[in-house]
Design a protein around this ligand. Sequence first.
Ligand code: PEP
Ligand code: MN
Length: 240
Amino acid sequence: MNKDFQIIAGPCSVENYEQMDTIFSSINNTNYIRGGAYKPRTRPTDFQGLGPEGINMMVELKEKYNKKIVCEALSVEQLVHFDDVDIIQIGARNMQNTPLLIAAGKTGKTILLKRGLASTVEELLSSAEYIKSTGNNNIILCERGIRTFSESSRFTLDIAAIAYIKKHSDYLVYIDPSHAAGDSSLVQALTLAGVVAGCDGLIIEVHPNPEVALSDKNQQLTIEEYNELYKKVNKCLEII
Ligand code: PEP
Ligand code: MN
């Protein structure tokens, strides 16, 4: 793997210690593990995440396995729990939450800023300016699919956005094929398309047993599927 290309892998949600220990111990081809402790769910009756307890599990395992961790913050108040989180994710639903952009920026940590599901690329770039205005230039932008009339996938991955952002800015651009696809059987195609289009990294949902996942069960890859995809990503990186 090209050393500048990064993959962030792990489940949608941190569910329990055993699940996360399996992920940390078996995903050996990347140093970055994701896991949501605060979940932006559509319905209040859906699993909302373990909160600080989930972050603590990630931190304990990051030390045990010498990895880095990526977690999403939904609000400014939650940031007090993110001291040992390496990359703070600001999700699609919060792309224009300006107090959160500023407070996250002020931590000085790397911010993974996802494109809103109905936001233009120019709006994404403008949101990134809020983070930058705090003096923090450690910003990764993430194309995670937008709402269109297409019913082929949950959201439509905007492949052109990768090239557009790279043409008009210096930001790193990752893609999130999992949330775009909404369906694990589509994740490989979207991933490889994004890699060939020139993205700088990936954030992919991987679960030890997706069938019993407490969130996004349809789109998460098994560890075996992820490892197979990893090999194909490397092949694509060789040809570009
Ligand atoms: C996530 O990555 O867990 C997530 C909720 O993604 P998005 O904000 O892109 O929907
Ligand atoms: Mn998810």
